[in-house]
Design a protein. Sequence first.
Length: 358
Amino acid sequence: MSSSEILIQRITREMSLYTPITLLIFGSCGSFCNFITFTSKQLKTSSCAFYFLCTAITELIAFYFGLLSRLAGDRLGSTLFTTNSTYCKIRSYLVVALPSLVTYMILLTTIDRFMSTTTQVRYRSFSQLKVAHRLAPLVIIISMILSSHMLVFYNFFPACTAQPGIYSVVYSVYLIIWTGILPNGLILLFSLLTFRNVVKTKHRVGVTTTTTTTTKMSSQQRHTQRTESQLIVMMLSQATLSSCLDLIRIALYAYFVLSTGLPKSNYHRTVDGLLLQISIILLYGNCSKSFYVYTLTSGFFRKIFRHTIYYYYRKILYISHINRDYDWNSTLFDQSTLYASTRHRELQTIPDRQITKY
C-alpha cells in the first residue's frame, strides 16, 4: 500500500470519527436558535418565516436521525442496520426522505418570495400565511409518500441496499432526478426570478417615487418593506448555497452509480471511500448550516435573534426572582399580593417584543 493510500485512508477515518459529532453540535445549536427566532412575534405573521421554521424543524429531524444512527453504528457498535430488516428499511427510507423534504421546503420558500415580488396581484395572494399553513403539510405528505417505495424494495441483498435489477436503476434515477436535479433546479430558477423581480421593482420605484410620496409612507410600511427585503436576502443565500452543496453531492452519487461494476485499483477504491465520506458530510452539513447562513447574511436576523435571546434571559431572571422571594407551597400565599408587588418589576425586567422595530 502506497503512502498516498495510507494518507487518504487516515483522512477518511478522521472525518468519519469527528465530523458527525461536530455537525451534531453545531446543527443542534443552529436549529434551536432558528426555532426561537422564527417563532418570535416579529416574524410570526410572515409566510416566508413560516417556511423557514418548517425547514429548520425538518433539518433538525433529518440530521438527528441520520447522524445519531450513524454514530450508533460507527462508534457504539450497533448492528441493527446489518441484522434487522425493519430497521434497514426505515433508516434507508428516512435518510433519503427527510433531506429531500428539506430541499422541497427551501423550494417552497423560493416560490413564496417569487410570488411576493411579482407584479401580478393574483400571484401575490399566494404569499400568505394561511396558504403556507395548507401548502407545507401537503408537500410533507406528498414527499413522504413518494419516497415510501424504499420501505418495500430495500432489504438485505446481502447488505442493506436497494433490490438488484430494474428497481436499482429506478432508485438511482429517483435519487438523481427527484431529490437532486428537479428541486434544486427549481430553487435556482425561482431564486433568479425573485432577484429579477426585485431589480425591476427597485428600478420602477426609483423612477416613479418622489420625495413627497416617500415621506407619506408610514413607519409600519417602511418596516414591512425592510422585513420583506431581508427575508429575500436570507432566502437567496440559503437557496443558492443549499443547491450548490446538494448538486455536488448528487454529482458524487451519479459518479458512484456510473462507475459501479467497473474494474478499480486499490487506490481508486480508497479514493471512492473518501468521496463517499465527503458526500455524507455534504448531506448532513447541508441540514446544519441554515442558522449560520442567516446570521452571516442578514443584520435583520441577527437583531431579532439577539433581542429574542435577551427577552428569554430577562424572563428567566424574573421567574427566578419570584421563586426566590415567594414560597409557592405556603398556605399564606396570596396571588393578588404577588401580582401587586411584582408588577412593577415585571415591566422593568421583561422587554416588550412587539414594540421593537428593526
